[in-house]
Design a protein around this ligand. Sequence first.
Ligand code: GLU
Length: 309
Amino acid sequence: MMTIMSSQFRPVLERIADEIERTPGRGAPADYIPALAACDPRSFGMAVAELDGTVYGVGDWREPFSTQSITKVFTLALDLAREGDELWEHVGREPSGNPFNSLVQLEYENGIPRNPFINAGALVVTDRLHSRTGDAAGALLTFLREESGNPALDFDEEVAASEAAHGDRNAALAHFMAAYGNIDNDIPVLLDQYFRQCSIRASCADLALATTFLARHGIRADDTRLLTLSQAKQINAIMLTCGTYDAAGDFAYRVGLPGKSGVGGGIIAVVPGRCTLCVWSPGLDERGNSVAGVAALDRFTTLTGLSVF
Ligand code: GLU
């Protein structure tokens, strides 16, 4: 249940929003599909959610945006909760050092993707979750609705269709892994699930709340346990090392928190045991991370001292 209250973080967030407003240069929105290219790079929102479900934000923090690769965190959590360590026989846990949609590395590594946050790894996770639930994207959407307390969250069918129309590289990754026996479902079924997953629209408030289970060491909003303590730690660790494309080292250096970005310009971040953050600004740097988003998280941990280090 979302409670909006004056938060201890209010002055910090207002200061960050003011600084971002006065900073020129926001990068450029992703342009591989028209729906993302049309976003205004001056948009900026930031929310912080505390462990009791209190959420506070600044700027466009209630504006829904395309979550894209941020959803990879939630499908990983849902699959790991069901499957446990067997998942790691099908996907690794090392940073890739290559672009998120690289085919080359897969060939060297016999169809086992480096980690769950590059596209190949996310396709494997979605495939496995789909085999276990019969509807991976539906399970994801239900989870996000429940954790955010927002039943209005939904797929963006236009974005999903556009992803499919420009999805040759993801299709190539999926076929390539299928050739190594690392995909169970039919490729068109898997791709449909994956593109729908990426298309979900949610706001900073929704995503900060939906991420809270990672700050609560695996405990969901309704106080039931999704993940073991170790699994929550593992996901936070993979976010820190692999969550921001091949700029995860720089993100860890600047922000010092587990985080996951998406090409829609959103980034979620976790302060374990304390709070979660979500920031959104659609202008991206050359690695695919939101320029203002990384800057805002950098300022947050600098001003509050809240990082994992
Ligand atoms: N739908 C995008 C793709 O698979 C996700 C990109 C991203 O946010 O990293 O290409």
